[in-house]
Design a protein around this ligand. Structure first.
Ligand SMILES: *Cc1c(COP(=O)(O)O)cnc(C)c1O
Length: 393
C-alpha cells in the first residue's frame, strides 16, 4: 500500500466541499454567533422541511442524537432495546447509556436490514417471557429503508417505540414518503459525519412529529435547562432566570457546523442522484462477476451511502481476506460494514455467543464496501471495476 501515493488512493467514501460551503462557514466565523445563533434553528427547520417532519433538533453527532432520542422515549434501567446487529455500535450503545439492556434481531439476507419476520417471531416469544422491548431501532443499512410498514404495524401491536437510525439514509425514500417523515416511527436520527450523505464535520439530528418528544429533546440536548414559562416550576426570579428540570447534556451543534449543513443540504438531491448513477453503473459493470450486488426493494429509493458487494466464495479461488487485502494493496481503500455489534468484546461479555444471528454472520463473512461517493469519477470507478475483475477471475 505504501507504494501508492495518497492522491491516487480511492476511499470507500468521502465528503464533497464546495466554495459555497466554505463561504457559508466563513460568514458565520465573521458573525457574532459561533454557537446558539440563528444558523442552527435554520438548519433544523430546513432538514425537517426537506424530510417532511414537523420538528428537528440538531446535535453534535448521531450518537448523541440516538442517546437523547432514547431518553426522550423514557428508556431506563429494566427496559429493553432491540436493534440490528449489522450496524455501527452507536445504534446499540444508546440503550446501554440509559441503563437498559440491548438485544438484536437478525437481518434479511437480501436487504441486510433488520428482518421484519424475525422481528415478529422474536416479539411473539418475548411476549410469552414478559420481555418485550420498549424501543426498537431499525437501521436503514447502506441508505435503503427497512420494511417500515410492517415494523410500524408490529410497533402498534406490541407497544414499542420506533426510532429509525437513518444515519445512512437522508435523501432516500420509502413508498411515497421521504426517510425522516416519521410516518412509520416516533423519531428518526441522521448523521452528518463526513462519510455520510451530507456533512457538518461532526453532527446529527433527531426529527419527529410529536410536540412532547420535541420538547424533551430540546431540554436533553442542552443540560435539561429551560427558560420556557410553561415548564418553569414556581415563579421566575427575574430576567436571568432559568431552571434545570431534567438531567441533560451539552449535545448542541455549533452555528459553524449548521451553516455547512445548510449549504450542503442545497445539493442533497444532486448528491444522491450521482450515487444512484454510480450504483447503476457498478450493477452493469460487475454483473458477470461472482458477486451478490446490492438488491433494491421496489418500494424504496436508497440514499446509497454504501455500495456493498458480497463474494460468492464457492466460485472464487481466494478468501474474503485475500480479496480485501488485494484491493487495499492496489490503493482501493475498501471497508467492511459491519462487524456484528454483539461480536465486539464489550458485548461478548454480556453473553452473546457466536452464531447468535446467523444471517448477519454469513453476510459479514462475504461483504466488502467498495468506493461510492459524489466525487468518484467514472474513470476512478472503472479502475475499481478493472481491479475487481482481475482479482476475482
Ligand atoms: C455513522 C453512524 C452512526 C453514528 O454517527 P455519528 O454522527 O458519527 O455519531 C450511528 N449509526 C449508524 C448506522 C451510522 O452509520
Amino acid at each position: 500500500m505504501s507504494a501508492i501515493p495518497y492522491s491516487e488512493m480511492i476511499p470507500y467514501g468521502r465528503q464533497t466541499i464546495s466554495e459555497q460551503d466554505i463561504a457559508a462557514v466563513v460568514d458565520v466565523l465573521k458573525s457574532i454567533w459561533l454557537t446558539q445563533g440563528p444558523s442552527v434553528e435554520r438548519f433544523e427547520q430546513a432538514v425537517a422541511d426537506y424530510v417532511g417532519a414537523r420538528f428537528g433538533v440538531a446535535t453534535n453527532s448521531a450518537t448523541s442524537a440516538l442517546h437523547i432520542a432514547c431518553r426522550a422515549a423514557g428508556l431506563g434501567p429494566g427496559d429493553i432495546l432491540w436493534t440490528s446487529p449489522n450496524t455501527f455500535v452507536a445504534s446499540a450503545n444508546c440503550g446501554l447509556y440509559c441503563g437498559a439492556s440491548v438485544d438484536f434481531v437478525d437481518i434479511d439476507p437480501h436487504t441486510y436490514n433488520m428482518c421484519a419476520e424475525k422481528l415478529e417471531e422474536k416479539l411473539v416469544s418475548a411476549e410469552k417471557d414478559g420481555k418485550l422491548p420498549k424501543i426498537v431501532i431499525p437501521v436503514h443499512f447502506a441508505g435503503q429503508s427497512c420494511d417500515m410498514g410492517r415494523i410500524s404495524a408490529l410497533g402498534k401491536k406490541y407497544g414499542f417505540i420506533i426510532i429509525e437510525d437513518a444515519s445512512h439514509a437522508i435523501g432516500g425514500s420509502y413508498k411515497d414518503t421521504k426517510v425522516g417523515s416519521c410516518t412509520y416511527s416516533d423519531m428518526t436520527v441522521f448523521s452528518f459525519h463526513p462519510v455520510k450523505i451530507i456533512t457538518t464535520g461532526e453532527g446529527g439530528m433527531v426529527v419527529t412529529n410529536d410536540e412532547q418528544l420535541h420538547e424533551k429533546l430540546v431540554l436533553l440536548h442542552s443540560h435539561g435547562i429551560t427558560r420556557a414559562p410553561h415548564l418553569l416550576q414556581g415563579e421566575s426570579d427575574g430576567p436571568w432566570y432559568y431552571q434545570q428540570i431534567d438531567l441533560g447534556y451539552n449535545y448542541r451543534m455549533t452555528d459553524i457546523q449548521a451553516a455547512l449543513g445548510l449549504s450542503q443540504l442545497q445539493r442533497i438531491d444532486e448528491f444522491v442522484q450521482r450515487r444512484h448513477y454510480l450504483a447503476e453503473r457498478y450493477d452493469r459493470l460487475l454483473k458477470d462477476l461472482p458477486l451478490d450486488l446490492p438488491w433494491q426493494h421496489p418500494e424504496s429509493y436508497s440514499a446509497f451511502h454504501l455500495y456493498v458487494i458480497c463474494l460468492k466464495l464457492e466460485k472464487i479461488k481466494k478468501t474474503h481476506l485475500q480479496v480485501f487485502e488485494e484491493l487495499r494493496e492496489a490503493g482501493i481503500i475498501v471497508n467492511l460494514h459491519y462487524i456484528p455489534v454483539y461480536a465486539h468484546p464489550y458485548y461478548q461479555k454480556m453473553g452473546f455467543a457466536k452464531g447468535y444471528c446467523p444471517a448477519t454472520e454469513g453476510y459479514y463473512a462475504r461483504a466488502i464496501s467498495i468506493p461510492l461517493y459524489f466525487g468518484l469519477s467514472d474513470e476512478k470507478q472503472d479502475r475499481v471495476v478493472k481491479l475487481l475483475t482481475e482479482i476475482l477471475l
